[in-house]
Design a protein around this ligand. Structure first.
Ligand code: CP
Length: 324
């Protein structure tokens, strides 16, 4: 079985194949009939043990556009609240004949456990696990970067070699930062992390990126800045500067955005805490790709599902044969 658990598992060619396939899927959005028959008769379960808006809805949209039957499971309102384990939940789904599982969980490693436990015989796609990984977020971010910095058509077959990406904020708790560092490095980009010293993970010296505490100088020489949400729900209060201090040193406002090169874009995975890591003026500016990232999330997740489950059927315009 093939799974998608971590962005670190993807080779450069795997990742470029996903981005190119997502570009094919994006062409569908301009057609009167947006659906493909690729996953007709297949059942996909979206297993969400942790809250989500973008990831849950875009996986569902992607699955429906590929004609899959979709089961949505939310831990809230399920027998998980009565103490049912991940194993028993997985075996219940297996008994119902599920062909793939998309899982979000607050525990780092839960998707890996599900993929390697033998509880369910189906591909597992990680939709975010604790502070560990969120690989489809990294793929949709890379897709957005490639489109914005290289171009829709010009980007086909290309990676992000030489592009400079600055990731700012609560790196310690961010699965988005971890996934992006892994994937952007694989795609040839240079990544700089900027964070308060208390929100830099131990061991970051082993990550394939630079660390800086000077946001303004990092902004002046990057092609994109990715702002991270401050994850207060995962945080010990002692680790956090005051909101005012955080915004002053690590927040992005219009004045600071003006330090970016003219072509550079502002990204945020969402949900945003407006006024803390990003001002409303920046979030609503044409340089900010946050809404575009959401739209690209559907194309990217269609590509992942197609490549993991679609077999040999043509994607959209040409008979591309997904590697296995
Ligand atoms: N970016 C992201 O994962 O958002 P959700 O938590 O809303 O899915």
């Amino acid at each position: 079985k093939r799974h998608l658990i971590s962005a670190a598992d993807l080779t450069r060619d795997d990742a470029v194949l996903v981005l190119d396939t997502a570009e094919e899927m994006a062409r569908l959005a301009d057609r009167p009939i947006k659906k493909l028959p690729t996953l007709r008769g297949r059942t996909i379960c979206n297993l969400f043990f942790e809250d989500s808006t973008r990831t849950r809805i875009s996986f569902e949209a992607a699955e429906k556009r590929l004609s899959a039957d979709v089961i949505n499971f939310s831990a809230k309102g399920s027998s998980v609240s009565k103490g049912e384990s991940l194993k028993d939940t997985a075996q219940t789904l297996a008994a119902m004949g599920v062909d793939a599982v998309v899982i979000r969980h607050s525990a780092s490693g839960a998707p890996y456990r599900l993929a390697n436990s033998g509880w369910i015989d189906a591909p597992v796609i990680n939709a975010g696990d604790g502070t560990h990984q969120h690989p489809t977020q990294a793929l949709l971010d890379a897709f957005t970067l490639r489109r914005r910095l290289i171009g829709h058509e010009a980007g086909i077959g290309q990676d992000l070699s030489g592009k400079r990406i600055t990731i700012v904020g609560d790196v310690l708790h961010s699965r988005v930062a971890r996934s992006n560092v892994d994937l952007l490095h694989t795609l040839g980009a240079e990544v700089t992390l900027v964070a308060p010293p208390t929100l830099v993970p131990v061991g970051v010296g082993n990550w394939p990126c630079e660390v800086s505490y000077d946001l303004d100088s990092a902004l002046a020489k990057c092609d994109a800045v990715m702002m991270l949400r401050v994850q207060r729900e995962r945080m010990n209060a002692a680790f956090f500067p005051t909101e005012r201090e955080y915004s002053r040193r690590y927040g992005l406002d219009a004045q600071r955005m003006a330090k970016l090169p003219e072509h550079a874009v502002v990204m945020h995975p969402g949900p945003m805490v407006r006024g803390m890591e990003i001002t409303a003026e920046v979030a609503d500016s044409p340089r900010c790709t946050v809404v575009e990232q959401v739209a690209n999330g559907v194309f990217t997740r269609m590509a992942v599902l197609y490549l993991l489950l679609g077999g040999n059927e043509p994607a959209v315009t040409q008979p591309s044969s997904p590697s296995s």
